[in-house]
Design a protein around this ligand. Structure first.
Ligand SMILES: NC(=O)c1ccc[n+]([C@@H]2O[C@H](COP(=O)([O-])OP(=O)(O)OC[C@H]3O[C@@H](n4cnc5c(N)ncnc54)[C@H](OP(=O)(O)O)[C@@H]3O)[C@@H](O)[C@H]2O)c1
Length: 237
């Protein structure tokens, strides 16, 4: 395994939790970020059968102080960082008519602005070390907007742009940047938002986690910029 110490945002549930379990199985130490300390502790407990280090870090990634605190806190506990998995995100239901200023700010701050600023900090740290991997969990809504999740779609289109810029800037420093664009994946949040299909038609969080593991295990001579896992029984490919 080329990489040893990862920050995972959105690690208290869903895809982020499954990613933590997959990376723990690969022998990685993990700095686990989200707001719910209870959720993060549960993730750390699930990882604990593998003897690595798991640090739960409760933080609101919707505020700039929270974002600025993540890298220093991760470095002070793990010593170094070579991987960032950007998984935190929200996907409220709305239509364009229903987008208000507060909703716009909340979704854009978390899904786009603050995800970008954390990546910016981590990229600046990785550059002189000439090693690192930054992965974005985007969505198929950035490949074709969906009418009932307009703010979400706009934020994820923006995130694709941010990832493209990071990809280009990381390349001369051997820092790899990839985006995963999952289709429907059965998580509690998707259930709460009114899952658009039956659970049997969805992918599972561990399917997306296996994509993350795969990317991290590819040889450094290659880079997969975009990976698009669709739910074969539901998504319109
Ligand atoms: N499920 C799908 O079908 C699907 C498909 C494509 C892409 N995705 C993407 O996958 C990612 C994870 O989604 P999921 O389905 O696994 O949902 P989830 O279980 O709700 O995960 C979202 C994570 O983001 C964290 N989060 C939310 N607001 C936060 C805040 N203000 N500060 C810090 N952390 C915050 C949540 O933790 P706390 O609430 O504890 O803070 C949670 O750990 C998202 O980026 C989503 O866009 C999901």
């Amino acid at each position: 395994m080329n990489y040893k110490n990862a920050i995972i945002t959105g690690a208290s549930s869903g895809i982020g939790r499954a990613a933590a379990q997959a990376l723990a199985a690969q022998g990685m130490n993990l700095f686990l970020c989200a707001r719910s300390l209870e959720g993060l502790q549960r993730t750390a407990d699930l990882c604990s059968k593998y003897e690595n280090r798991y640090i739960p870090y409760s933080v609101d990634l919707n505020n700039s102080e929270g974002i600025a605190s993540v890298l220093p806190a991760a470095l002070s506990t793990l010593g170094s960082i070579d991987t960032l998995i950007n998984c935190a995100g929200i996907y409220p239901s709305d239509g364009i008519d229903g987008i208000t200023d507060p909703l716009w700010d909340k979704v854009m701050n978390l899904n786009l602005k603050n995800t970008f600023f954390l990546s910016r900090d981590v990229l600046a740290y990785m550059k002189p070390r000439k090693k690192g991997y930054i992965i974005y969990i985007n969505s198929t809504v950035a490949l074709g907007a969906k009418p009932s999740v307009s703010t979400y779609s706009i934020s994820k289109y923006g995130l694709a742009g941010a990832a493209a810029a990071m990809y280009e800037e990381g390349k001369p420093y051997q820092i790899r940047v990839s985006s995963i664009y999952p289709g429907v994946t059965s998580t509690d949040s998707l259930h709460q938002n009114g899952m658009p299909c039956s659970p049997e038609q969805c992918m599972l969080p561990e399917d997306i986690a296996s994509c993350i593991s795969f990317l991290l295990q590819t040889p450094e001579r290659m880079i997969i910029r975009d990976l698009v896992p669709w739910a074969s029984a539901y998504d319109k490919i």
